[in-house]
Design a protein around this ligand. Structure first.
Ligand code: AMP
Length: 554
């Protein structure tokens, strides 16, 4: 068997990719590197290039916390805490810290062979499998053995992939192109296969083997969800569709893809995680349907014809209390709105109108419900449907083009959404402070940021919106992910995503984004989203520009 390629080659490639702003160059450099690799190596390399140490949607992550990594770096290099924080503050990136520190490595392994791609894959597999008692020691040991053998550049990329902070600008489309160019696929074939298979590593492996063209949607292999584009007004939506559209209620629950084949049912979350065990009543309802299928829909806390507060479901998901009791307090209904596969046939290319009629036949006579929908053709229709949806306790509308195909993983214009607030932003918490008075002793003030290219820019601070129990839980998690402890204030690893509502956006010098949210309040903790899913500075600028009243604090 051919030997696995060196990791140094990949680290150097990633450095070059990062060093150029040209998208064409990024694609070319990566493609040249991938081309001679075996399918197994191509898988590891493409996955690492995408910034992940585990398969997309995998239940077990190989990711390692900042404190473990910092501990390993200190042990291997002999640096003290002060040195490390100083270097960290200069770079704001743990990978760069690793590179700088490793240039003066103190500990050396007795004999050291250069790292191969297969060594990384083995170490990641081990990290994924470590659980429970003693796992943190073993985890540290595994990371340490990699770091000890790494050159400074390799160490940088080991750390970057383990923290999920790659920042090479290799967005998914560019990865697809590079894989296409390396293995003789068209861009379209590569994109289609990627959409279905979900993970860039698996895509590269199939492409290198020459069978990426045969990848099909299959039961129990979740695919990326179609997303909706936000629009601000009913008028904008009516104009966008310019004729008949379906206005569906926008349910406030958890997005869920339901698969059934050979009598077995599995449910996958937006992150493509298997969440089947959390929803026994949905599994039961789906079990009463016939044949094979993949559905898209939303699991909603719902009882006696009415939606219940979303928080109830969150508690149930996090298993903060006895599961049976939580399930009783938060009974759920699955509202289905799309069909991706039916009895061995892909339906994603059919028009929505057709998919919906197939779906409605499928769920008939079961406890699964079709999402409520009204036909709309004018601004007044959209407005009326929106009011009705709000009056029934839903968030707003998702309006859909009857002719549109199901665009996996895309925020296309086939679906648009309308919500009540000016807007909300998904932001990530980057720092936090202890509260005062009633909130003394808990970390209740959160500074949050949006994305600007591959940087994070702060845009506000929120103090309200969470329940006491949620604040307690936040306090615990924030302590865990603290990068720097300044006493009352902590800088934290950017990983907790919250959805904030606000009244308006103003220009401001207080935050480094140059904007501030007025009256921000946390709508919910988005456990389903990660830092790569948060909103961007471009969205902030768009919302700011679209406001009727503009406030300039400067
Ligand atoms: P947002 O989370 O604000 O980006 O809004 C999009 C989300 O709305 C989707 O990811 C779904 O989870 C949810 N949703 C609720 N009802 C529907 C519906 N009828 N069609 C599509 N998505 C829906």
């Amino acid at each position: 068997m051919k030997q696995s390629a060196s990791f140094l080659g990949l680290a150097e490639t990633l450095k070059r990719v990062r060093g150029t702003r040209s998208k064409n160059d990024k694609v070319r450099i990566l493609a040249e590197y991938l081309k001679p690799l075996t399918p197994e190596d191509a898988k590891v390399a493409a996955r690492i290039a995408s910034g992940r140490a585990s398969e997309r949607g995998s239940k077990d992550e190989a990711q390692v916390g900042y404190s473990t990594l910092l501990g390993v770096l200190r042990e291997v290099t002999g640096a003290n805490e002060g040195d490390v924080s100083r270097i960290y503050l200069r770079h704001g990136d743990l990978g760069e810290v690793a590179e700088e520190l490793l240039a003066e490595k103190k500990e050396q392994p007795l004999f050291s062979e250069p790292l191969k791609l297969s060594d990384l894959e083995d170490a990641f597999a081990r990290l994924r499998s470590l659980k429970g008692q003693g796992s943190s020691v073993a985890r540290k040991g595994t990371v340490k053995s990699l770091v000890l053998r790494a050159t400074p550049l390799e160490g940088k990329y080991v750390v970057k992939v383990l923290t999920g902070e790659m920042r090479t600008g290799l967005v998914s489309g560019l990865l697809e192109e590079a894989i296409a160019a390396a293995f003789g696929l068209s861009k379209e074939e590569s994109a289609r296969a990627h959409m279905i298979i979900g993970d860039p590593g698996d895509l590269a492996e199939h492409a290198a083997r020459g069978d990426a063209g045969q990848i099909r949607i299959q039961p129990f292999r979740p695919v990326n969800f179609m997303l909706a584009e936000p629009m601000a007004t009913a008028a904008e939506i009516a104009q966008h569709f310019g004729g008949l559209a379906y206005a569906e209620c926008k349910y406030d629950g958890v997005r869920a893809q339901a698969h059934k084949s050979e009598g077995k049912v599995r449910i996958y979350s937006r992150r493509l995680e298997d969440v089947t065990s959390g929803f026994p009543e949905v599994v039961e309802a789906l079990g009463k349907t016939s044949g094979e299928f993949i559905l898209d829909g939303e699991i909603v806390p719902f009882s006696e014809g009415h939606p219940l507060p979303f928080q109830l479901l969150q508690r149930r998901l996090r298993r903060m209390e006895n599961f049976d009791e939580a399930a009783r307090k938060a009974p759920v209904t699955y509202f289905a709105f799309d069909l991706l596969l039916r009895n061995g046939k892909e339906t994603i290319g059919l028009p929505l109108s057709k998919r919906r009629s197939m779906l409605s036949r499928l769920v008939q006579g079961t406890a699964v419900r079709m999402a409520e929908s009204t036909d709309v053709a004018s601004e007044e229709d959209v407005e009326a449907a929106f009011r009705r949806s709000r009056a029934s306790g839903y968030e707003g509308l998702v309006v859909k083009d009857p002719d549109s195909p199901y665009a996996m993983g895309k925020r296309g214009k086939g679906w648009v959404k309308l919500k009540e607030e000016l807007d909300t932003l998904d932001v990530v918490i980057v720092a936090a402070e202890y509260g005062h008075g009633k909130r003394a002793g808990v970390i209740s003030d959160y500074t949050f940021a949006v994305r600007d290219g591959d940087r994070l820019r702060t845009i506000g601070k929120a103090y309200s919106g969470l329940t006491d129990a949620e604040i307690d839980e936040m306090t615990r998690r924030l302590k865990e992910i603290t990068v720097k402890d300044h006493g009352y204030r902590r800088e934290v690893k950017p990983e907790i995503v919250v959805e904030v509502a606000f009244d308006s956006i103003q220009r401001s010098d207080r935050h480094d984004s140059g904007y501030a949210l007025r009256f921000p309040r946390i709508k919910r903790i988005r456990t389903d989203k990660g830092v790569t899913d948060i909103d961007t500075i471009e969205k902030v600028e768009r919302v700011f520009a679209g406001q009727r009243l503009k406030v300039d604090e400067k």
